[in-house]
Design a protein around this ligand. Structure first.
Ligand SMILES: Cc1ncc(COP(=O)(O)O)c(C=O)c1O
Length: 272
């Protein structure tokens, strides 16, 4: 089911700049027990993304109302919200003023086995590199061709996620997730100032780590650093935390820090 600018619909005009240029932003949100999880974090990132792209942001109250409308009666669901710069003429020049368009869709919760959360998942290293562009880093813009190419690298069910590196072989993220490393009792995650998405679940994990007295840093990490890790895990708004049990040829176990963070998040309604 889709709402476009608040009305039930399934089509957007061909001149929409989201379609023409990927000129817009999106959020993928979890609904649990009829409530949209982490809505303030999602709306804050979306608003910041609009500011960075220089387009008017839809009023957060309007977005919240529409999200709540689609969450009604849902035990578990996934919502996808896109905000595009709306209609434009041919050519890149942004329309002045722009009239953003809202597209909001509801989907079934993915049928992942519980073992992804308890035992962990297998992750391959993707060949598709991420380009470096601080102007687009951190925000969840609609240009996702790098992730599309990376996800097309494997089709078998042996791998649940792919790890992506930038052109200088620094680890950045998964195709649909952020990555964390536990080393010597410290929590580390790649910076997202050159590329990558500043995930809402990443922010929540960093907050919980601080609350638990666990040192947490944003650093440059290469594959050797991951190979030397005590624990590795992935995060996103839907999965919460998935431990990594296999990275390429490397085997790992869900460790105590991952468990403690999963438990802390479960208290906030983030559980499988
Ligand atoms: C490329 C990428 N990085 C990171 C994330 C995690 O972001 P969030 O925690 O906001 O779901 C996603 C989620 O879809 C993603 O697509």
């Amino acid at each position: 089911m889709w709402l476009i600018d608040g009305r039930r619909a399934r089509a957007v005009p061909v001149g929409d700049r989201g379609l023409q240029y990927g000129d817009g932003l999106f959020e993928t949100l979890a609904v649990v027990d009829r409530r949209v999880r982490l809505m303030p974090l999602h709306l804050a990132r979306l608003t910041e993304g609009c500011r960075r792209l220089g387009m008017p942001a839809p009023p957060p109250d309007l977005l919240a109302g529409e999200l709540e409308r689609l969450a009604r009666g849902q035990a578990r669901a996934v919502l996808k919200l896109l905000v595009t710069r709306g209609e434009g003429q041919r050519g890149y020049a942004p329309p002045q003023p722009a009239q953003p368009r809202r597209l909001l869709g509801r989907f079934a919760w993915p049928p992942w086995p519980r073992s992804h959360y308890t035992r962990g998942v297998a992750v391959r290293v993707c060949e598709t590199p991420l380009g470096l562009n601080p102007a687009l880093a951190g925000i969840k813009h609609l240009n996702r061709l790098e992730q599309v190419l990376a996800r097309a690298e494997w089709r078998d069910g042996r791998w649940q996620e792919g790890l992506m590196l930038d052109g200088e072989r620094r680890v950045v993220c998964g195709t649909m997730s952020n990555v964390f490393v536990v080393r010597e009792g410290r929590l580390e995650t790649p910076s997202v100032s050159r590329c990558g998405v500043a995930g809402v679940m990443r922010a929540l994990v960093q907050r919980e780590a601080t609350r638990m007295g666990l040192a947490s840093r944003e650093v440059d990490l290469d594959l050797d650093a991951l190979a030397a890790a005590d624990e590795l895990f992935l995060t996103n708004a839907i999965i919460g935390i998935w431990p990594i049990r296999r990275l390429g040829e490397l085997s790992l176990r869900r460790g105590p820090v991952t468990r403690a963070l999963q438990a802390a998040l479960a208290l906030q309604g983030v559980s499988p």
